[in-house]
Design a protein around this ligand. Structure first.
Ligand code: NAP
Length: 256
């Protein structure tokens, strides 16, 4: 079945778009007709993603940019660059930039805790705030902001006290943003992946992955494209009555 084309003429921003889920989301948004700004800590990987995007649909023009989502200055510069080039802010934003720095609670160093919170939670705040401010300032009538949480934010995970806290945090952030921004036509939602095959999970030891897979009712890890499908739905008007929601993409892991 051909993919739907729901995002013609839409300007979209994907943080962490140089890798894994963010790259798959960028590809999916572009295949639906959107222009995509791929922002990543590594400009090279963002450029590599741009090179893989469909660009033959009406008016498409993609851009790669370096950003550190944990820095307000860097995020402000990014939004200025986007508006200078496109004369508008992105009406779709997918917060996919994220990091892990695992350790057990008893030995977790303060620096590791802080870094993961800074990128995953504060970074999502800074980008969400900057995009929302720009949309409100230009009188846009609609927007969709999607943040990658994690099922781990709901159920916890051994060795991920910092990561789980950051991902629980983005759900609270998103629900509050959804309440505050609904009067401007801006919807805010989270997507909660389970275990998805990306460079992030490449770091997980094989025996842990085998154990995890055995817990997934659908019996396998997910693919980045399967998370991207849900992000594209949330970006599109097909989800126009959905805000403040968290959608699990886990193959049934930890359901209920
Ligand atoms: P990934 O392949 O590591 O992609 C994340 C991207 O974000 C990388 O390109 C990374 O660059 C970039 N990044 C890191 N710090 C950044 C910063 N300060 N500013 C801008 N970009 C930054 O990970 P992924 O698996 O696609 O994960 C994407 C999102 O989904 C993350 O929020 C993650 O927590 C979430 N998630 C993933 C899974 C999973 O199973 N894969 C499960 C649940 C949730 P570097 O590679 O240089 O760090």
């Amino acid at each position: 079945m051909a993919a739907p084309i729901r995002l013609i003429s839409r300007l979209t921003l994907v943080t962490g778009g140089g890798s894994g889920i963010g790259r798959a989301v960028s590809q999916r948004l572009a295949s639906e007709g959107a222009s995509v700004v791929i922002a990543d800590i590594s400009e090279d990987s963002a450029n590599e993603t741009v090179g893989r995007l469909q660009s033959d649909l009406k008016g498409q023009s993609h851009m790669a940019a370096a950003v550190d989502v944990s820095s307000k200055e860097s995020v402000t510069k990014l939004l200025t660059r986007i508006q200078t080039r496109y004369f508008q802010p992105p009406s779709v934003c997918v917060n996919s930039a994220g990091v892990t720095q695992d350790d057990f609670l008893l030995s977790m160093e303060e620096e590791k805790f802080d870094r993961v919170i800074q990128v995953n939670l504060k970074g999502s705040f800074l980008v969400t705030q900057a995009v929302a401010q720009a949309l409100v300032a230009c009188g846009a009538s609609k927007g969709s902001i999607i943040t990658l949480g994690s099922i781990v934010g709901k159920v916890g995970n051994l060795g991920q006290v910092n990561y789980a806290a950051s991902k629980a945090g983005v759900e609270g952030l998103t629900r509050t943003a959804a309440k505050e921004l609904s009067r401007f036509g801006i919807r805010c939602n989270c997507v909660l992946p389970g275990f998805i095959t990306t460079p992030m999970t490449d770091e997980v030891p094989e025996k842990v992955l085998v154990k995890m897979k055995s817990l997934v009712p659908l019996g396998r890890m997910g693919e980045p494209a399967e998370v991207a499908d849900v992000c594209a739905f949330l970006a599109s008007d097909d989800s126009r009555y959905i805000t403040g929601a968290s959608i699990e993409v886990t193959g049934g892991l930890f359901m209920g």
